[in-house]
Write a protein that binds this ligand. Structure first.
Ligand code: HOZ
Length: 442
């Protein structure tokens, strides 16, 4: 059966009017830069509601969503079990500023699933988690340098904003003004998948590097998989050099299986950061590791970190409800199967179109790069024709499929995406490629 996609004349009058008001009062009309569609063009979305794999904009247009709140909505939007938990909790109060049993319950679910985490501290955003993990690593090792990878993104704390992926890559910001030079100098960058470069930096900064921080599957320069031995190599180098290994699982935690991506690579992080999925769509994130390391955090130790909304009961309930759903038999298998079909379909459609491209994908993460060459690090990712990506993004959106509004992000498949959704997405991609081939961008 051949499936075709429908390109509809999208009515966006109300969205446009709201965005015009937003631009007058919110910076760039948004509260996070990538949402402004600067690199893809067109009218930024104004969303009114979400349900399962769909978003509905302010004009009532239905969009098949592959952004999924940048990976947070693994179960899709407004999952009944999560919604029920949030509503029930809201009736009991939304913030107490004191410990609840819910924090213990979510902590237990996470630590049982991720063996390298014995003790955990909940915070409210991925940025807070990575920033706190780095402070802890510096406090424990009494060293100042950190080593990160070009094109990886670990939130917007000062130390992470050089050669970073995500919005900085999207907007072409290589170094962020406002970060003190003395601090920026303490961040070293190596190309992803390049162990010899890491060895060289350790040799140049002997006994000075507190930690290596890495995305175990890079997803903020588009998706780039770690090559065989890369993560194990980092584990070995950090151990040998007395540095800590921070594995940033804000995107990958509970995405590939009920646990962290580090387990799939047989790597034990010293510190792990989590976010997105563990908050079930509410603001919750965490950092954790061995008791020996975590006991340096206040009040047990002198490394200070705190938060009024840390461990927020509403977010804990959403996280617990989400993780419980993720233990359903077959959930990850189904997700993998839909993702596999999607990626194969995209590759086939791309090959038929004759357009040069690569679909980098692993599990339910995927990125289409418009380059003939393989993408294994940030320099490769930057070779992608971002004008082509922008055109593809707009063609797909006109066919009701919402992809990340940036080349340097991932597409996220959720457990709510059905086989029909995937078939429709492939058809939309095939038609989009045809339109692009017939009328190439100038
Ligand atoms: N930095 C996020 C994606 N990697 C974007 C978050 C957002 O705009 O909501």
């Amino acid at each position: 059966m051949s499936v075709t996609s429908t390109k509809f004349k999208v009515q966006r009058r109300r969205s446009r009017e709201i965005f015009e008001r937003a631009e007058k009062i919110l910076v760039g009309g948004v509260n996070s830069p990538v949402r402004a569609f600067r690199s893809v063009g067109g009218q930024p979305l104004i969303i009114e509601r979400g349900s399962g794999p769909y978003l509905y904009d302010a004009d009532g247009n239905e969009l098949l969503d592959y952004v999924c709140s940048w990976g947070a909505m693994l179960l899709g939007h407004a999952h009944p079990a999560v919604t029920e938990a949030i509503v029930e909790q809201a009736q009991r109060g939304t913030s107490y500023g004191a410990t609840t049993e819910l924090e213990v319950e979510l902590a237990s679910l996470v630590t049982e699933a991720i063996p390298s985490i014995e003790k955990i501290r909940f915070v409210s955003s991925g940025t807070e988690a990575t920033m706190s993990a780095v402070r802890l690593a510096r406090g424990v090792t009494k060293r100042d340098f950190i080593l990160k990878f070009e094109g990886c993104y670990h939130g917007h704390a000062d130390s992470f904003l050089s050669q970073a992926g995500s919005g900085l890559a999207t907007l072409g910001i290589a170094e962020c003004p406002g970060v003190p030079q003395v601090l920026a100098e303490l961040t070293l960058n190596a190309p992803y998948n390049d162990l010899p470069a890491v060895e060289r930096l350790f040799a140049q900064h002997k006994d000075k590097i507190a930690a290596v921080i890495v995305e175990p599957i890079a997803a903020n320069m588009g998706v780039v998989e770690p090559e065989a031995g890369f993560l194990l190599g980092l584990r070995e180098i950090t151990k040998r050099s007395g540095a800590l290994l921070i594995v940033d699982e804000v995107i990958t935690g509970f995405r590939m299986h009920f646990g962290a991506a580090q387990q799939l690579a047989r790597v034990e992080a010293d510190l792990t950061t989590l976010g997105k999925i563990i908050g079930g769509g509410l603001p919750a994130a965490a950092y954790g590791g061995s008791a020996q390391i975590m006991n340096h955090v206040a009040p047990l130790g002198p490394v200070y970190q705190a938060g009024t909304l840390a461990g927020n009961p509403l977010a804990m309930r959403a996280g617990i409800a989400t993780l419980k759903q993720l233990t359903r038999a077959g959930l990850y298998e189904g997700l993998r199967e839909q993702s596999r079909r999607l990626v194969e379909g995209l590759r086939e459609a791309l090959a038929e179109s004759g357009i040069a491209g690569q679909v980098n994908a692993t599990g339910s993460l995927a990125t289409l790069f418009f380059t003939a060459l393989p993408v294994r690090n940030y320099s490769d990712a930057k070779r992608s024709d971002t004008k082509q990506y922008a055109r593809f993004f707009r063609e797909m959106l006109e066919r009701g499929v919402f992809l990340a509004p940036s080349q340097f992000e991932a597409a996220f498949v959720s457990a709510a995406h059905t086989s029909r959704n995937v078939t429709r997405t492939i058809a939309a991609a095939r038609d989009s490629f045809k339109a692009m081939a017939a009328e190439p961008a100038t």
